[in-house]
Design a protein around this ligand. Structure first.
Ligand SMILES: Cc1cc2nc3c(=O)[nH]c(=O)nc-3n(C[C@H](O)[C@H](O)[C@H](O)COP(=O)(O)OP(=O)(O)OC[C@H]3O[C@@H](n4cnc5c(N)ncnc54)[C@H](O)[C@@H]3O)c2cc1C
Length: 474
């Protein structure tokens, strides 16, 4: 029997599994997808928010403020990309300036000290491509950018090194309690027992709670559509450029990614289709036209892909974190933005609560460092030569756009919780993330997955569950 079963391997589930490792807790993470970070965690803005947006006194405000400062040390320990690039909230008129004042006050109430009001000329002096219509802005230097899926993969790998088991391709269908034992029934007739269950099922967390007989909240999907621009466009902005938030969220932003692309989006549209991630012409048009209000020279022709992320918007309009009415069943639900920023702080808090409930003591010795895959693209010529001398597979470029080598791809498959499909390799190495969007490298990636795992190429999928890339031999 496990101490804890976590349902869902997004950033929350993985961060909690990792934090519980510090208590020697015997954890399993049950995930219906084929990999970690397959829900909202893989499709968001990747902003480590400064913390001025959430209403004071909410869990969103509390965990945002606690989470943001944790990123410097966490990214070093876990070797994932993170940078404090600073953010501006742009105002275009008098009403906007009043809105900035309200945000400034809210930020101060949340304990965010580094906020600064700047005028439009100052914004453009620092960010020359910002629109001439911008009259003022709120500047937050502690805002940052992170690769959300690389962060989550790193958390999951360290959780795994600390003893957590990950069970993929397994959806939870029912949760029950008899005496002190929780039983988690899953697809495929599988069943697991634990002393405690933590619900981190993202946009489906209300359905998972209902499967435990808990009906305290409902969650709606809120779609956000994005354009991702080519790296040639990185000159457009180095800072994150927000517009004033609306009742539906933080609005459309223009922001760099940690890998040098530019994001434009997200829109916000409520939906009943929680898993619907197809883009629409109307959504993309809205993202582009709103993005151009901030940076008029953005061109849709420089887009290399588009995508949709679905927010888990809860009817309580705040995070739901705590033991439910069913003893032993703990919710970490409604984790919409700033959930990515908050995840490390949420995990620390939840782990301490779980440890108290299960009478576990924090250990004094646990693994802290996780080393990522060597990044050939970021190395100097000397470093590259040394790596190739140690293993010639690092001398073979597979993804030309992102300069990813065969050695990196094999490492991504062989390491703890290694990639099992094309998207898994892509999120771990960036092979296929570039301008050609895997048109060139995917056949080689498929062959490398098959050869490394010793399986036929026909069995390799794009993202699990029947998404076969090769249908047969001719
Ligand atoms: C458009 C958008 C933009 C955002 N921008 C930001 C941002 O810039 N900064 C920020 O801080 N936050 C942002 N967020 C919020 C952030 O992405 C989320 O808060 C965070 O990723 C939520 O993580 P999670 O682990 O709770 O959920 P998820 O990542 O959705 O993970 C839930 C997991 O549970 C699994 N699951 C569901 N049902 C079951 C079941 N029955 N059995 C087993 N597994 C199940 C799913 O497959 C999924 O993998 C944004 C979100 C969106 C959608």
């Amino acid at each position: 029997m496990k101490d804890v079963i976590i349902i869902g391997a997004g950033v929350c589930g993985c961060a909690i599994a990792d934090a519980l490792g510090e208590y020697g807790c015997n954890v399993a993470v049950v995930e219906r997808a084929s990999d970690v970070a397959c829900g909202a965690t893989k499709a968001n803005s990747g902003i480590v928010h400064g913390g001025f947006d959430a209403t004071a006194g909410t869990l969103k405000a509390k965990f945002n403020a606690l989470g943001n400062p944790m990123f410097d040390e966490l990214s070093k320990q876990l070797d994932f990309p993170f940078r404090r690039n600073g953010a501006y909230v742009l105002a275009f008129d008098r009403a906007g300036i009043d809105g900035l004042e309200a945000l400034l006050e809210r930020g101060r109430a949340n304990g965010i000290k580094d906020l600064e009001r700047v005028d439009g000329d100052t914004v453009r002096l620092r960010n020359p491509h910002v629109s001439k219509s911008v009259t003022a802005a709120l500047y937050c230097p502690s805002s940052g950018i992170v690769s959300p899926y690389e962060m989550t993969i790193a958390l999951a790998e360290r959780a795994n090194m600390r003893g957590a088991e990950f069970i993929f391709n397994t959806g939870v269908t029912a949760i029950s309690r008899r005496g002190s034992v929780m039983t988690v029934d899953c697809t495929g007739g599988k069943s697991y027992a634990a002393r405690m269950v933590i619900n981190c099922a993202g946009v489906h967390a209300d359905e998972v709670a209902a499967a435990a007989g808990v009906h305290d909240f409902t969650i709606r999907g809120r779609r956000g559509e994005y354009y991702l621009l080519d790296k040639t466009q990185s000159y457009l902005t180095d800072a994150t450029l927000f517009q004033l938030p609306t009742s539906l969220g933080k609005g459309v932003l223009v922001a760099p990614t940690v890998h040098g692309n530019v994001l434009v989006g997200p829109t916000a549209l409520d939906t009943d289709d929680k898993d619907g991630v197809a883009t629409t012409a109307a959504g993309l048009e809205e993202a582009m036209s709103k993005g151009r209000l901030s940076v008029p020279s953005i061109s849709a022709r420089s887009a290399i892909t588009q995508f949709v992320g679905v927010r888990a918007h809860c009817d309580k309009d705040d995070f739901i974190i705590g033991m439910s009415s069913l003893q032993g069943f703990y919710n970490v639900a409604g984790i919409e933005s700033p959930g990515l920023t908050s995840a490390p702080a949420i995990a620390r808090y939840v782990a301490a609560e779980v440890a108290a409930y299960l009478s576990l003591k924090r250990k004094t010795d646990f693994i802290t460092v996780r080393k990522g895959i060597p990044c050939f693209a970021a190395m100097s010529d000397e470093e590259r030569a040394e790596l190739i001398a140690s293993d010639s597979r690092y001398g073979k470029i597979v993804c030309r756009c992102e300069c990813v080598t065969e050695g990196e791809i094999i490492d991504s498959i062989m390491r703890p919780l290694g990639a099992r499909d094309i998207d898994g390799v892509k999120r771990r190495t960036r092979a296929g993330m570039g301008r050609c969007q895997s048109g060139f490298c995917s056949p080689t990636v498929i062959q490398l997955i098959a050869d490394t795992l010793g399986v036929p190429v026909q069995s390799v999928t794009k993202c699990g569950a029947g998404s076969y890339a090769v249908t047969g031999r001719i």
